[in-house]
Design a protein around this ligand. Structure first.
Ligand code: ATP
Ligand code: MG
Length: 274
């Protein structure tokens, strides 16, 4: 079935797709990608849940969610005290998008979880218990490979890695992929590194072009054709509690995230058809 909103038409996946956006390297565009892909899919009429698993809470802020200490959040969900439905807030700019916010309470959770049972499965169990018909669940990870990221990778079926087209972009990728393999082996056999997105691309620099080429050579078809350019509009949007798609819909940044969302949706439709 296809869903239409404005000029955006995207296929609905046959099964709920749970995608974790992960890279332990900081500042590569994980949060920006989660927010903009989430909004793009939701504006196309798909039902999207975004889970902010980073104590910095930047995803929650960009999606206009309240995240003052004590607000029902992913922290309470991981402790098993409330359900995802009880923590989810509707995004003011995209009524089909729900956001489970992260508050500062989340900062201590890795230590709190250490002694708990099934500590790697807490998020998975909460997502499995969701009643609603979400087409997509997107999980934004913190820049680490700790227990929060492990929870995200155990809960998800797919991993998306944003790679910044800058010096040192590939540093640490081996470790990240090793981790995905270990989680696949021991905790979640279904996990698949399905998508790589090149971010902060600047066609004027040899470095950006070189990184993009190297990533495509190495990862082949999992790299999206869409490239996210480095753009001031993309970095400004969160300070207005918005995605770039709602903040400046005609901008290059907005268009490139729409293209990336389309590719993700159509690739998923093919996978589902297999
Ligand atoms: P962290 O590891 O801290 O969670 P992150 O991987 O989530 O970081 P972002 O927060 O999405 O990365 O981006 C890092 C910074 O770069 C932010 O200030 C963001 O606004 C900016 N940024 C992200 N994408 C772009 C872009 N395409 N063009 C310009 N600036 C960008
Ligand atoms: Mg982030």
């Amino acid at each position: 079935m296809e869903v239409r909103s404005g000029d955006l038409t995207l296929p609905r996946p046959r099964h709920r797709r749970i995608i974790t956006i992960s890279n332990q390297k900081g500042g590569v565009g994980k949060t920006t990608t989660t927010v903009n892909i989430g909004v793009a899919l939701a504006l196309a009429g798909l039902d999207v849940l975004v889970i902010d698993l980073d104590p910095q809470g930047n995803t929650s802020t960009a999606l206009g969610a309240i995240r003052t200490s004590g607000t029902p959040s992913v922290y309470d969900v991981l402790l098993g005290e409330i359900s995802i439905a009880e923590a989810a807030q509707t995004c003011p700019d995209a009524p089909r998008l729900g956001c489970v916010p992260a508050t500062i309470d989340l900062a201590g959770i890795e230590i709190e979880l250490v002694g708990m049972e099934r500590r790697e499965y807490r998020l998975k169990e909460a997502i499995d218990a969701i009643d609603g018909d979400f087409d997509y669940v997107l999980i934004d990870c913190p820049p680490s490979l700790g227990l929060l990221t492990i929870n995200a990778m155990v809960a998800a079926r797919e991993v998306m890695i944003p790679i910044q087209c800058e010096y040192y972009a590939l540093e640490g990728l081996g470790q990240l992929i090793g981790n995905i393999d270990r989680i696949k082996q021991h905790l979640n056999p279904e996990l698949d590194l399905s998508t790589i997105l090149l971010t902060m691309y600047d066609a004027r620099t040899k470095l950006s072009v070189g990184v993009a080429d190297e990533v495509r050579r190495h990862f082949g078809a999992s790299v999206l054709t869409a490239l996210i350019p480095r753009s001031v509009k993309v970095s400004e949007a969160p300070s207005y509690g918005q995605s770039v798609i709602t903040y400046d819909p005609g901008s290059r940044g907005a268009m490139s995230y729409l293209d990336a969302a389309k590719e993700i949706a159509y690739r998923g439709a093919k996978e589902n058809a297999k």
